[in-house]
Design a protein around this ligand. Structure first.
Ligand code: ADP
Length: 483
């Protein structure tokens, strides 16, 4: 059980499959070739032997017919018999001459002379046919050739010559060839297996190198230098992708560390203030009640700030989750915007900023109402917060759509964003002017939350700003949610 578990990875390995491939590709055609050649050898050898004997036998049959060997009893037989004997010794066979009464007039084995022979082939040859057959079980070729009267125009058959020749030597040759082929094949199997293993081990070296380096990195032994194995285009591409992934992981790790330190710092600041305020009161037991009230008011503000940071962080964490967490419903966007602006109206009034909503057409979209409300609220709130408070400030919100998207524009004539900060405003905890933002209750998380929410809806956000003149956020979101 344990052994099979150990062997399983080897059988599943690329190495094993490559070895099999090499063996298969080199030995399979050789085996098929050998099998084909050996299989056709016997048939081919037998057919050559047949045609050789047939031509010799036909010449002999001709001579027999011209000398009247079959019919005349007082014939001079020595020359013909000598030729028949020569044929039998040459091909290791037997020749029987049958006369027109089916009696054997001559048998080279001298076993059946004067006997009558009734054989299908002999009878067929009496009607002029030459019959050739091969008995592959008993390994012999048999042929019957008619002996035709040369002087008779009707081609009367005087007798039949029956030749049987052994093909044992062909069979022996075949057995020998089979044995030689088997030995050669076994040697080839050994050579190919050995060579195949050597080649595959060599081919797999670069892959092993990549794996070893990654393992070294995992256990912390390897240096964090770039991974480079250039032996194959594939390993170069693999290393390039791994390096890219490592670089991304490094950036992510750094950003996570930065985020954690930012969070701790942001959460610590209100706590430190609370502690300082509390310590101050404690150190002044005779302080007037007004002072106590003032300090307690400051402590309450710091607690509110801490709560806001924690709430924003929670919203951000929610937005970092997968799109599967979206609660998509069909929402009337005009109504939604009206509600958001209504909720923000008191803040705008306080800042003396005019809030204007412009809806170009009725729009219904498939969105997560809670998450998108948060995003839009942040944009409009920023427009109010980072605005002038001399009564000339305004925030214009407009919504329009085409057949595919709805477009939201949040425009203000506030303080604007410096050009160099435009690329950073979506970063977590980024604030253009930290103290100003803190003063007005900013956490630096608002736009990060907004952007994540829009991206979860497969939308896009763009910012245009001119310092001292105002800022415009353009948002585009598909009307139908794309899963
Ligand atoms: P905060 O909580 O500080 O508002 P945000 O992520 O919402 O954080 O915004 C990041 C920074 O971008 C803000 O601190 C502010 O400096 C700048 N900002 C965002 N919106 C505007 C705007 N409409 N006008 C000017 N500056 C803006």
């Amino acid at each position: 059980m344990k052994r099979s578990k150990k062997l399983l990875p080897f059988f599943k390995s690329l190495k094993f499959r490559l070895i099999l491939l090499i063996i298969g590709v080199s030995l399979l055609p050789a085996a098929v070739l050998c099998y084909g050649i050996l299989n056709t050898y016997e048939a081919r050898a037998v057919s050559i032997r047949e045609s050789e004997i047939l031509s010799q036998a036909k010449i002999l049959a001709n001579q027999i017919s011209t000398t009247n060997y079959v019919v005349e009893s007082d014939k001079d037989t020595t020359t013909i018999q000598a030729q028949i004997d020569l044929l039998t010794t040459l091909y290791d066979g037997r020749v029987i001459i049958v006369d027109d009464t089916c009696r054997i007039s001559y048998d080279t084995y001298n076993m059946d002379t004067h006997r009558t022979i009734i054989l299908e082939e002999v009878i067929r040859s009496f009607s002029g046919e030459t019959v050739v057959s091969f008995d592959d079980k008993n390994h012999y070729i048999e042929m019957t050739i008619p002996i035709i009267n040369p002087e008779d125009t009707k081609e009367t058959v005087l007798g039949v010559m029956l030749v049987s020749v052994s093909t044992d030597n062909i069979t022996l040759n075949l057995i020998y060839l089979r044995q030689v082929a088997l030995v050669i094949f076994l040697v080839a199997v050994c050579v190919v297996c050995f060579g195949g293993i050597l080649i595959v081990v060599q081919l797999m070296k670069p892959i092993r190198k990549v794996t070893d380096k990654i393992t070294e990195m995992q256990v912390g032994l390897g240096t964090l230098e770039l991974l480079e194995v250039d032996n194959y285009t594939e390993t170069t591409a693999l290393c390039r992708n791994i390096n890219k992934m490592l670089a991304e992981t490094k950036v992510m790790d750094e950003s996570r560390q930065e985020f954690v330190s930012n969070v701790s710092h942001e959460l610590k600041t209100p706590m430190t203030s609370i502690k300082v305020l509390a310590d101050s009161i404690n150190s002044m037991p005779d302080a007037p009640i007004e002072m106590y009230q003032e300090f307690m008011g400051d402590i309450t503000n710091e607690i509110e700030r801490e709560t806001k940071i924690i709430n924003d962080l929670l919203s951000l964490v929610k937005m970092d989750k997968s799109a599967a967490d979206l609660n998509i419903t069909s929402v009337n966007m005009n109504d939604l915007l009206e509600q958001i602006l209504k909720r923000l109206q008191p803040i705008a009034d306080k800042q003396q900023v005019e809030l204007v909503l412009e809806s170009f057409r009725p729009i219904t979209a498939e969105i997560d109402e809670v998450k998108l409300t948060l995003a839009i609220t942040n944009l409009v709130e920023n427009g109010i917060k980072y605005n002038r408070n001399d009564g000339t400030g305004w925030v214009h919100v407009s919504i329009n759509s085409d057949y595919q998207y709805f477009y939201l524009k949040v425009e203000d004539n506030g303080i604007g964003i410096p050009e160099e900060s435009l690329d950073h405003i979506y970063e977590r905890f980024y604030r253009v002017d930290k103290s100003h933002s803190r003063e007005i209750g900013g956490t630096g998380l608002g736009l990060a939350i907004t952007r994540n929410s829009i991206l979860m809806h497969k939308g896009a956000i763009k910012v245009y700003s001119q310092l001292g003149e105002g800022t415009t956020f353009d948002v585009r979101i598909p009307l139908n949610y794309i899963a």
